[in-house]
Design a protein around this ligand. Sequence first.
Ligand code: ADP
Length: 240
Amino acid sequence: MAGQTDMELIKDGVRLDGRKPDELREVKITAGVLDNADGSCYLEWGNNKIYAGVFGPMECHPRHKQKADRAIVQARYTMAPFSVNDRKRPGLDRRSSEISYIVSQAFEKVVMVEEFPKASIRVDMQVVEAHAGTRCAAMTAASVALADAGIPMRDMIPACASGKVNDVVVLDLNKEEDNYGQADLPLAIIPSTGEVVLLQLDGHLTPDQFEEAMDLATSGCMDLYKIMRDALDKSYGGKK
Ligand code: ADP
């Protein structure tokens, strides 16, 4: 988010990739793609490509992390070295640790952790190609993988960003918009209650623009929620 405003990212209401301000990139979700995980998902969102795999509930290790009255969710977000233009150094960095932490916190709000004392539910998200919006995309994939694993949840969590480019509030920033836009606001909600479980803001928005960006990201989450449920219906309709 460079905050650079002289690059023309939207002209006559049309963005560089041809989308209108309130349009999502194309999203394709497939549940149950990995044989070796208890639950899994593959998601393509624009040019983002992400796998999510879930294991558990299982005994929590290391033991000092166990909670006597509930399970913990141990989410781990990683980017493959080949997921970005310049080869990314493998392994966890500060950004991956931050995303892993906020995703774990969000899922502890919906997973029925009280049913599994001392357990751990492991959620691994692997970004194979990254083109902006990967924390939301990874979280969305993780929700579907948790559902595919049969982990009891109050709801799934769709996540979607809105932002601002050339002073226009837009949905779901692409790579150029993320690089040269003025604001990025990732949001994740629990659709059945409207509760916000993740909200971040990089850049500047006026109070009115913030309201507009929240409304846009919320409607993006609801559109995504339908795509997530359709993917699960398709998976269970076909093989379970
Ligand atoms: P998000 O992917 O959730 O939008 P950021 O705003 O931190 O998260 O990153 C925006 C984009 O910048 C990523 O989707 C990715 O395309 C790129 N990016 C992130 N980290 C790196 C990195 N270490 N090297 C190269 N590009 C990166």
